[in-house]
Ligand binder design. Structure first.
Ligand SMILES: [Mn+2]
Length: 354
């Protein structure tokens, strides 16, 4: 149904889906080699012999006819385009390489190419009930994993060891892997918004952990900042409370109908008022799903759009003071008609780990 509407919107008689992520979105195929083709009212899924039985189970219920092609997928696609007299085909120009495009041109010389641009990622903005349930589970796995990891965190442990433990726990709980390189940033490294876990030993000061997992293909994305040691300064307490309040103020106003610029400004203006505006350089959040960063961007830098029911976004304000340390608190939020549901449940109170 979606593909039919998209074909109409794009004015094409076929859509070729080549990125595995979108193949998965439209067909449910979870393997590593597969191409989907919508031609007029027919749906084909082309894979090689390794995926025939898996593919059948996954894609046929979604209306895709499986074709096993061991030599050349594109040759097969070309034959189908000819058979159905396709004149215009939409392709995923944002993920197709130049080499692939040249192959498209040589295998289907008679068709005109139309670019999908960001059509698919826009399609994925609003999550279905089924996707929401999976993301809920993804968030839960990540949360339990952090709870199991916390007792191991102490002064002297390597950042990478914390990241390894977190990933181990997430996988043990059913995740396929971490949803990105886990960020574990101790003391002055916590001032780096993307301080991927390093060889550094944890020392007294802030410790920021930004992580998540993939579960059934869907991401989670959570950040918590802790204080390691027993003697936080006034400044540590102050910036922590500002970030926490910015996070809470923003979450309070999330609902269908608010624009991403309005939402970003709620947190940003508050941090500015408290004198730390220049230390919050990134956007307030982002959508996520099959990818860790999807639409909408919740940022003054992003295209301004209105939040809709069923979007899942992060809210993650931060303050980063060079050579001192930083705080970020990130929650995962489901936008509902009149407010939102906070999917993350981990505590946000200033927490000292000794
Ligand atoms: Mn994030």
């Amino acid at each position: 149904m979606k593909l039919e509407r998209l074909m109409k919107e794009k004015g094409v008689d076929a859509i070729l889906i080549t990125s595995l992520l979108n193949v998965r979105y439209f067909t449910d195929f979870t393997g590593t080699t597969g191409t989907a083709l919508a031609v007029k009212d027919k749906r084909f899924f082309i894979t090689d012999f390794r995926y025939v039985s898996q593919g059948k189970n996954e894609v046929e219920k979604n209306g895709f006819e499986l074709i096993c092609e061991n030599i050349s997928t594109l040759k097969k696609v070309g034959e189908l385009l000819k058979e159905f007299e396709v004149k215009k085909i939409a392709i995923e120009n944002q993920s197709v390489t130049l080499d692939q495009f040249k192959l498209f041109q040589s295998n289907f010389p008679e068709v005109e190419f139309v670019y999908l641009d960001d059509t698919f990622i826009k399609e994925r903005e609003i999550k279905s009930e089924e996707e929401i349930e999976i993301i809920r589970e993804s968030v839960k796995i990540a949360e339990v994993a952090l709870e199991k990891t916390l007792p191991k965190i102490k002064i002297g442990i390597k950042e990478r060891e914390i990241a390894a433990e977190l990933e181990y726990q997430m996988r043990k709980l059913g995740a396929s892997k971490a949803s990105f390189d886990i960020i574990v940033a101790s003391n002055e490294r916590s001032a780096l918004p993307h301080g991927v876990a390093s060889e550094k030993l944890v020392e007294e000061g802030f410790l920021t952990i930004d992580y998540g997992c993939f579960y059934k293909g869907y991401a989670s994305d959570i950040t918590r900042t802790f204080y390691i040691g027993d003697n936080p300064t006034q400044k540590h307490l102050e910036i922590y409370e500002i970030v926490k309040e910015a996070n809470e103020r923003a979450i309070k106003v999330v609902k269908a109908g608010i624009t991403v610029h309005e939402l970003d400004a709620i947190a940003r203006d508050f941090i500015k008022e408290r004198g730390y505006g220049e230390y919050f350089g990134h956007g307030l959040g982002h959508g996520f799903g099959l990818q860790i960063h999807e639409y909408p961007g919740i940022s003054f830098k992003a295209e301004n759009k209105v939040l809709k029911e069923g979007m899942i976004i992060t809210i993650e304000p931060g303050i980063y003071l060079p050579d001192f340390g930083g705080v970020r608190i990130e929650d995962d939020i489901l936008v509902t008609k009149n407010s939102c549901e906070i999917l993350t449940t981990l505590d946000k109170k200033f927490k000292k780990i000794k």
